[in-house]
Design a protein around this ligand. Structure first.
Ligand SMILES: [Zn+2]
Length: 97
């Protein structure tokens, strides 16, 4: 017992960064976030900060390394989302009228 049949894609472990070619390390994701999130582990390129999380309890990467460009795009989405929250006046006013 103990071996569950969870279906996960067994992706190859990233050894070198596909963006900059530097070595990828298996490490705590606190290196990225400042504190550990989820299962706390990830693969990280310390040169360009590309990283990918792992399936809990394994060293199998969740996907391929995500680089800064990808995360910048995500951050921009956050930025616009924040703006929506911080500038609700136009929508709110409609109810007051
Ligand atoms: Zn890199």
């Amino acid at each position: 017992m103990g071996k569950s049949k969870t279906k996960i894609d067994v992706l190859p472990i990233p050894k070198t960064c596909r963006y900059c070619g530097n070595p990828v390390v298996y490490t705590s994701n606190s290196e990225i976030y400042g504190k550990e999130y989820g299962n706390g582990q990830c693969y990280l390129c310390r040169n360009c900060r590309a990283f990918v999380g792992v399936h809990t309890g394994t060293k199998i990467p969740l996907g391929t390394l995500a680089d800064n460009e990808l995360r910048k795009a995500r951050n921009e989405a956050h930025y616009y989302f924040d703006k929506l929250w911080k500038e609700p006046t136009r929508i709110m006013k409609r109810n007051e009228a």
